[in-house]
Design a binder for this molecule. Structure first.
Ligand code: ACO
Length: 444
């Protein structure tokens, strides 16, 4: 059955029509062009503002700043809508294989059967890592967080390909994107196996992207690993739901790093670092820790009270989002996945899930959360599902990084290929000491 598409039409400037915003400053008037996109808010083009007026715009945290043109992902945060290349996330999560979504983000269209087969073949033939690469892992303490291992080892990929990257070459750029998508499951699984003292497994090309990853993560060389189709579907969904998300902190980091023409492997390592924090990709780990700390339903009111208290640093992790002021569509899908996975594993009464459902119910009934439009975000339920599948909390951010690699690298490619690409160089409002004379050391 076909879903009705939401009406996202906005009041756009007509082709050729010049819409301007008038700015009065220092007795003069300046006309700032206003540009429309396909959907979403119009933007004021301030690129000439400083040259023409001597004023900068001021926007810490990029609350009102569009940093680029992008044709990859659209979010309507007020209405809880997320589209990749025009396709709704609900449809992609229900029907698409992760590699289909990778293809869609990279090439701009859904693949045909044969295009998907060829793409899978190319990815399959880039999924091994150099034998020397394995030694990087041995340099880490065995209790190193897998995310720390990911930052280091993905960055180290640039040492293996530095002489093969000509980022001005279209083909070389595409090969780099394929390599990253292909090698990330191998590296992520190696980081996990290393943290458990288990041997690394080579990828197998008779398996699809997700089964291959599950085998490398959970398999052992001494016996066959049988992939559970329900868990495969859940991980596929997790990857699809995290594939890209517009200009978030880690994606912007990748774009900024790449704007200096740094190699893409180093840029993605920078993205992994930005993803790590508890306000971004570390949030699903923090949610599980928080639920464990709350411990039981009768303690929820205490934590709700703490979350609302400005003098208490505690926040309800997994709630709230810079862009979504409505239910994050990804959270709703992951809540369903939790039901499926827990049912399959005979853990229907998983106490952490029960606690999360109750916390959501109580928070969404509370004026504080309603007024601030704080809803569960993608991280609220994902950790519960990943933990049930067998991943420890320290693996949650690496799994997010595995999924987001396609978004990072597709955005990097889009940025490099943009006709007006410049090095990203924000300015500042200087609030330091006024100019003063240097005082020689002996006179201080
Ligand atoms: N619990 C309690 N109060 C909250 C929460 C929360 N989780 N999130 C926001 N608020 C409150 C703020 O205190 C603020 O209240 P005030 O108006 O009384 O000062 C108001 O809601 C607005 O919050 P901001 O921090 O201004 O919103 P911002 O857009 O800057 O922050 C963020 C978004 C960082 C995601 C925030 O909601 C948060 O910290 N959430 C918890 C961490 C989390 O889940 N991060 C994952 C995000 S999704 C992702 O990266 C994949």
């Amino acid at each position: 059955m076909k879903r009705a598409l939401p009406d996202l039409t906005v009041d756009q400037p007509a082709a050729g029509e010049k819409v301007t915003l008038v700015l009065h400053a220092d007795g003069k008037q300046y006309d700032l062009p206003v540009l429309g996109g396909t959907h979403g808010p119009k933007v004021i083009d301030v690129r000439r503002l400083y040259a023409e007026t001597g004023y900068l715009t001021y926007d810490p945290g990029f609350m009102s700043t569009a940093n680029c043109d992008s044709a990859l992902t659209f979010i309507d945060g007020e209405r809880g809508i997320l589209l990749h290349r025009g396709y709704a996330i609900e449809d992609l999560a229900a029907h698409a294989d992760f590699l289909e979504v990778c293809y869609l983000l990279l090439y701009g269209k859904l693949p045909t059967q044969s295009e998907l087969g060829d793409f899978g073949h190319v990815i399959g033939h880039h999924n091994m890592v150099h034998e020397q690469f394995r030694r990087f892992f041995e340099g880490f303490r065995r209790d190193a967080p897998p995310m720390a291992v990911m930052v280091g080892t993905v960055g180290a990929l640039s040492a293996f390909y530095h002489d093969q990257i000509d980022i001005t070459d279209t083909e070389a750029r595409m090969v780099a994107t394929h390599r990253l998508v292909a090698k990330m499951p191998t590296i992520c699984a190696m980081a996990f196996q290393y943290s458990r003292g288990q041997p690394f497994l080579y990828p197998r090309n008779d398996l699809g992207y997700v089964p291959n990853f599950l085998r490398m993560a959970f398999g052992v060389p001494v016996e066959e690993y049988v992939v559970n189709p329900v868990l495969e579907r859940a991980i596929n969904r997790f990857l699809v739901l995290h594939a890209d998300h517009e200009q978030n902190a880690s994606t912007s980091t990748v774009r900024i790093a790449g704007s200096s023409r740094a190699n893409p492997y180093a840029c993605v390592a920078a993205g992994i670092a930005a993803l790590w924090g508890p306000d971004h990709g570390g949030a699903n780990e923090a949610v599980v820790n928080m639920l464990e700390e709350i411990g039981s339903k009768d303690r929820i009111p205490l934590y709700i009270k703490r979350a609302k208290d400005r003098s208490d640093p505690f926040r309800l992790t997994g709630f709230g989002h810079r862009v979504y002021k409505n239910y994050d569509p990804r959270a709703a899908i992951l809540r369903e996945s939790c039901h499926e996975v827990l049912g399959e594993l005979g853990k229907k009464d998983e106490p952490l899930f029960e606690l999360a459902l109750e916390l959501e119910r109580i928070a969404l009934d509370d004026d504080y959360f309603v007024q601030r439009k704080l809803f569960p975000n993608v991280d609220f339920y994902s950790g519960i599902m990943l933990r049930a599948i067998g991943f420890p909390t320290t693996m949650f951010p690496p799994l997010f990084a595995l999924a987001r690699t396609i978004g990072w690298i597709a955005q990097w490619k889009e940025m490099i290929e943009a006709p007006d690409q410049h090095i990203a160089r924000p300015r500042q409002r200087y609030t330091g000491h006024p100019i003063r004379p240097y005082v020689p050391l002996a006179e201080r």
